[in-house]
Write a protein that binds this ligand. Structure first.
Ligand code: SF4
Length: 401
């Protein structure tokens, strides 16, 4: 049966406490920092999507220059504190660390990044000085990682920024789209406040583009407009039964946990999660942590092709989630309009295509799972209609010039 409030307050608090243990002592951080070889042309840095100078910030920690270290990180990525908790570092910086080639444990880059950025946030070190005002004004739509990062860079240059955010809190994906045990609500709030600490940035909440504000209005009132609206649309399965009560998008499920609180979100006894990306893992593990008795993850390829990292998969397994590889959802069967069963096709993998990726092929055989909730995590897309509307408007403006 799908119901909220399955556990005690203490149990929720334990299940959703911060999963990342920080360094227990300064000495432990220094010892780890001193393991770094400070490589020339460092592969860890090249693997960071935001290009953080990893050997430099680690060297600064090793020499007890924590402020300098935080400055190095925030210069490349003002959300470096949050990223130290949520980035799939096993695939990025830590996965590229040269220690892997020596079959030794890579440097704990994320933990070191967390060490200095959390110190900066706790002490509210404002490491950037806003230049004197240029008199220019920029509107940003969306107070997620892209919008906040853009706002901070513009503010440093003396530009006044107004962010229009449709939610009642800032942080976007970090605040609403990631498991609460990875980044707690308090941390997300602190991170947004820290970024705003530079000054010159105002966030107007509960302001949605196309509803409360229009692009025309923003273009008229500001010197430039930046759209940071993210990719928050859930891809649908396009199978029968998707409309039944008890079928939910993973992003909505995660959003509700973050928005309403653990005890307010209903979860089933037997939950199936479709997909194996990070969002699927976050949905499955949180369903278990909300008190679901059985959570089964269904993925149409094999473990070799999984989009999540091994660390993520291990979290799901440790939480007691079961995994079925080579299975694709075929139909959701209901009774009295409520989910009762999930029928899956058994798959095999075909020959690799030009990119080397092997596509799953339906064997024609099926199996059935008894479930009372199905969470869909088959991927996310940009807000297509909105993006197309904006593109069309911009093309028309360019044409009329
Ligand atoms: S690759 Fe590893 S050892 Fe080399 S600089 Fe980066 S973290 Fe340090």
């Amino acid at each position: 049966m799908i119901k909220p409030n399955r556990l005690s307050g203490e149990q929720y608090a334990e299940n959703f406490s911060d999963i990342h243990p920080p360094f227990e002592t300064t000495d432990a951080a220094l010892v780890e920092a001193n393991r770094c070889l400070f490589c020339y042309d460092a592969p860890c840095m090249k693997s960071c999507p935001t290009g953080i100078d990893v050997p430099k910030f680690i060297k600064q920690i090793a020499t007890d220059n924590i402020k300098g270290s935080a400055h190095t990180i925030f210069s490349s990525n003002i959300m470096g504190a949050g990223c130290s908790k949520v980035c799939p570092v096993e695939k990025l910086c830590e996965g590229a660390c040269v220690y892997n080639f020596m079959e030794e444990k890579p440097i704990s880059i994320a933990k070191l990044q967390r060490y200095s950025t959390e110190k900066a946030m706790a002490a509210n070190w404002q490491l950037f000085v806003r230049k004197s005002s240029t008199g220019k004004k920029v509107a940003i739509v969306g107070a997620g990682p892209a919008g906040l990062s853009c706002a901070h860079v513009l503010s440093r240059e003396g530009i006044d920024v107004t962010i229009f955010e449709k939610e009642s809190k800032g942080g976007g994906l970090m605040t609403y789209g990631i498991a609460a045990y990875k980044v707690t609500p308090q941390f997300c709030e602190d991170e947004v406040n820290y970024i705003l600490g530079i000054g010159g940035i105002e966030i107007k909440y509960n302001q949605e583009l196309g509803k409360n504000i229009s692009l025309d209005e923003l273009q008229k009132n500001f010197d430039a407009v930046y759209l940071g609206i993210g990719v928050g649309l859930a891809r649908q399965l396009e199978i029968p039964g998707e409309e039944l009560e008890g079928v939910e998008d993973a992003i909505k499920f995660i959003y509700d946990i973050r928005d309403k609180g653990y005890d307010k979100v209903a979860v089933g006894d037997k939950v199936a999660v479709i997909g194996m990306g990070m969002t699927a893992i976050d949905a499955a593990t949180q369903a278990k942590r909300l008190g679901a008795k059985q959570v089964t993850m269904v993925y149409r390829r094999t473990e070799m092709e999984k989009p999540c990292t091994q660390v993520e998969l291990d979290i799901a397994k440790l939480d007691g989630c079961e995994i079925i590889w080579l299975a694709a959802p075929k139909e959701i069967i209901g009774e009295n309009n409520k989910v009762k069963q999930l029928v899956c096709s058994k798959m095999i993998l075909g020959e690799p295509d030009a990119s080397g990726r092997r596509s799953p092929i339906d064997t024609g055989e099926t199996f059935t799972l008894d479930v009372d909730m199905v969470i869909k995590a088959a991927g996310q897309m940009p807000f297509e209609d909105l993006v197309n509307e904006i593109k069309f408007k911009i093309q028309r403006q360019n044409f009329n010039r």
